[in-house]
Design a protein around this ligand. Structure first.
Ligand SMILES: Cc1cc2nc3c(=O)[nH]c(=O)nc-3n(C[C@H](O)[C@H](O)[C@H](O)COP(=O)(O)OP(=O)(O)OC[C@H]3O[C@@H](n4cnc5c(N)ncnc54)[C@H](O)[C@@H]3O)c2cc1C
Length: 410
């Protein structure tokens, strides 16, 4: 066995978060160790891991030195917390979900939708996810999926909404889902859902942010009003429509279509994605943000790094107040709330007002001199060091990567 210390950011986050339902379990999973080496080489101690719970429920500490840690056991690797498996053998009905799978993985919007699907499925129904083409996702089970229908074929690659609608119609005939749920997003779900609705001749509820019992609430009037209506069969839901599944594991059992899907005579030719200038993307929609704070010492270098990495620029309030970045680039409680898949924070301490603005980001990477700052605690990956040196190294790596790719193509 390798002695390399492997970090599990999710487990660490749960262990820090006292309100998380798995907090106690995670504490005891790590509790076997009262001292361990942190990622930056500093020895950490867990004062709560000392002692044991006596038969009458009172915590006891044996100061003789004969006992250390909760169970007295020592393991080099933290135990993996296994969520309880929920199976639905004979589903009374299906709730079908078509996740966007941006980049081949479930997005946070997809997970919210699956959370809503689980709520609608209750204990009798099963959540059926319909996924097109190849994917890179390995956590369908913990996202709440009971049945997984993977529809494969070149005809579904790229932008192929007409062909996808045909496949969804086949799934509709076979599984007769009680509800269809699609993300009301610009990543495909919004359009696919409307096309499916037109094809099935059903009226969908759009931009739904709440569904309770037989009623749902959706945004209307340019986001200024709420529309209350009966819950239809087809629901196009907004992000944060429900809490994602976090406490159960599901089978994600593979299912197939009984009959082959009719081939569509394509009326749309997909010419591939068009390159856009990341600087022109509104921050709230940017997928990759390079954000600078008071710890950025060379702003010219920061701008060049953003171009080299193809990132949209963001900033902390201090960077904006100091005149290094325009006000429109401020991230946080009094700036923009961003939802990037990757948020790279350079020299930002992680004040609560800033962290509020990045709460929905998938992965946070921090570059900072201070290993104890709050941004490092929040980050999934941290680099401790000087921002100028690290930005230069990143740019060199990006250039080497591009040159390598260009050589391979030649
Ligand atoms: C009502 C209110 C609303 C606010 N709203 C917002 C908001 O919307 N957004 C926001 O961002 N802030 C907001 N703030 C301000 C917030 O409280 C913080 O003051 C601010 O976020 C700090 O910015 P910073 O992290 O860039 O600077 P600092 O707190 O000064 O942190 C600088 C960081 O850079 C690191 N560093 C220093 N030198 C280097 C180096 N050479 N290399 C690498 N790292 C280095 C330091 O270790 C430190 O962690 C608000 C405050 C108030 C009171």
């Amino acid at each position: 066995m390798s002695d390399i210390i492997r970090r599990d950011p999710r487990a660490e986050w749960i262990a820090r978060n006292r309100l998380h339902p798995l907090h106690a379990a995670m504490q005891s999973a790590q509790g076997g160790e009262t001292r361990w080496m942190g990622p930056n080489g500093v020895v950490r101690k867990n004062p709560h891991a000392v002692g044991f719970i006596g038969p009458n429920g009172v915590k006891r500490i044996d100061r003789s030195g004969g006992q250390q840690g909760t169970g007295g056991k020592r393991s080099s690797a933290p135990e993996v917390v296994q969520l309880p498996l929920v199976t639905v053998e004979q589903p009374a009905f299906f709730i079908a979900v078509v996740p966007d799978m941006v980049g081949g993985r479930l997005s946070s919007h997809d997970r919210d939708l699956l959370g809503l699907a689980r709520k609608l499925a209750g204990s009798d129904g099963a959540v059926l996810a319909v996924v097109f083409g190849e994917h890179k996702e390995s956590a369908f089970d913990t996202a709440g999926i009971d049945r997984l229908l993977q529809v494969e074929g070149n005809e579904y690659d790229g932008y192929a909404p007409e062909q996808r609608v045909l496949a969804l119609r086949s799934a509709n005939s076979q599984f007769a889902p009680r509800h269809w749920l699609l993300p009301d997003s610009r990543s495909g779900g919004g359009e696919l859902g409307r096309r499916l609705a037109a094809s099935l001749g059903e009226r969908p509820a759009t931009r739904v942010w709440q569904a309770e019992g037989e009623r749902c609430v959706g945004r209307a009037g340019a986001g200024q009003q709420d529309l209350h209506r009966e819950l239809p069969r087809l629901i196009l839901a907004a992000a944060e429509c429900a809490e994602p599944v976090s406490e159960t594991r599901h089978e994600a059992r593979a299912v197939e279509l009984d009959s082959s899907v009719a081939r569509n005579i394509p009326r749309i030719e997909d010419l591939g994605p068009v390159a856009v200038d990341p600087a022109q993307i509104p921050m709230a929609e940017a997928e990759f943000i390079l954000s600078g704070g008071n710890g950025v010492k060379d702003w010219d270098l920061f701008h060049r790094a953003a171009v080299a990495l193809g990132a949209t620029e963001g900033a902390s309030r201090v960077a904006v107040d100091d005149g290094h970045m325009p006000r429109a680039r401020q991230v946080g409680a009094t700036g923009t709330w961003v939802t990037a898949r990757v948020y790279l924070a350079v020299g930002i301490s992680g004040a609560i007002q800033h962290l509020q603005g990045i709460g929905s980001c998938d992965k946070v990477v921090a570059i900072n001199l201070d290993p104890g700052c709050d941004m490092i605690k929040r980050a999934d990956l941290s680099v401790i060091g000087d921002s100028t040196a690290i930005l230069k190294a990143l740019m060199a790596l990006a250039e080497a990567h591009r040159n390598g790719a260009a050589r391979d193509a030649a």
